[in-house]
Design a protein around this ligand. Sequence first.
Ligand code: BG6
Length: 471
Amino acid sequence: MQYQQGLATFPPDFLWGASTSAYQVEGGVEGTGKGRSIIDALTHPEGMADFNVASDHYNRFKEDVALFKELGLKAYRFSIAWSRIFPDGIGEVNPKGVEFYRNLIDELVKNEIEPIITLYHFDLPYALQKIGGWSSRETISAFEAYADFLLNLFSSKVTYWLTINEQNTMILHPGAIGTDPDYPMISKQALNQQSHHMFLAQAKVYQLIHQKYPMCKVGPAINTTSMYQATSRPEDAIAAHNWETIRCYGFLEVAVNGRYHPLAWRYMVDREIAPIITSEDESILQAIRPDFIAINYYSTATIAESKGDSSDISARAGDQQIMLGEPGVYRAADNPFLDTTPYGWVVDPVGLRLTLRKVYERYNLPILISENGMGAPDKLETDGRIYDFYRISFYHEHIKQMQLAITDGVKLIGYCPWSAIDLVSTHQGYAKRYGFIYVNRDDNSLKDLRRIKKESFFWYQNLIRKNGDIN
Ligand code: BG6
């Protein structure tokens, strides 16, 4: 739609922010009282960064927050490492961990940056994994106790709480991210059972927050996108709808409305991979809705009808954004109208507008974009600068589409691009950079970990100053 009366402006209290996650940025793994997480147990290919030092944010958070302030951030979305607080996932507390997050939050508040906390971003405490991880219902109560502990400490300083980052990525792509030590030996039914337990844990935290911490707001953070049909053949439209539902709305529907999406449920039942659900579970899921929805948006995918055999499975390496196909469900297709990043992720700003419209019309809840960004092998030039104009253009186009989505009527409350500062990618090392702030290290050497502002830093700073007035 084109608007005759001009575009809506971003609301004055719009949360211009940026994101990170604990294990990808903090380091501080040894000598800090932190317990091991499943991420600490991963092995890394030779020559690829591990997460031990990451960006050393654990030791340099004050310097980083000062840079965030200079950038003009109104919000900073970060996650808390569960095993830094409870080394065993439950029970004894690590006082140094509490102190670290208290100091970080205080530093943010002092600098008038709204802290937005993700409770759990891929790094389940290893001690819980040993007793079954998300396959066990014990993890549900452990998560609730962990959330209660943090809310008790920080609810007066932190309004926005995200429960679980990208549950759909953990369930559908555990191999790519390394979030399930049993993969590939784990069945899809077991993964869906884990997912069900995560939904329950999340619903318990919604309830906890609404009953005990009513000044706080809570929401899920699902990786959400739109699937295009490869041609105007109706069968392609059905396939695109199949996969969009199974990958995105199958998760959002339970997280927001507390019910399994009929198509996603039928898909699981047909394949005998549905979770076992009790009637008590159903009441827990239906008891309460979140206050807002956070979405992580990177790219769209294009989908064709399945041919029903193994030729549906693409030969390329898949991950959370690169679809592979599934016989009887969908086949991945290319989109001749869209470019990709150097890492093969489709760049689609208009798809963001479409996705925002779809999420808002379905759920009628405020939306926070909790991730969006472009991974690229940024280069530090001999003049000491990083000319990441491709990232500026990526953000420029996405923010234009956000403004259109707001004009369409979507209630968008904030934007937290990935990432505030360079960090270790989930599975592609340090060369794949996302930050507004460059960190002087690479996959093979920690160098001096110096912080350097990229061109995109100055661009975003200016954009925030003008409250997103892009033209
Ligand atoms: C999201 C995750 O899926 O994508 C982040 O929530 C991740 O943790 C981001 O870093 C970018 O993906 P990657 O694999 O390039 O690090």
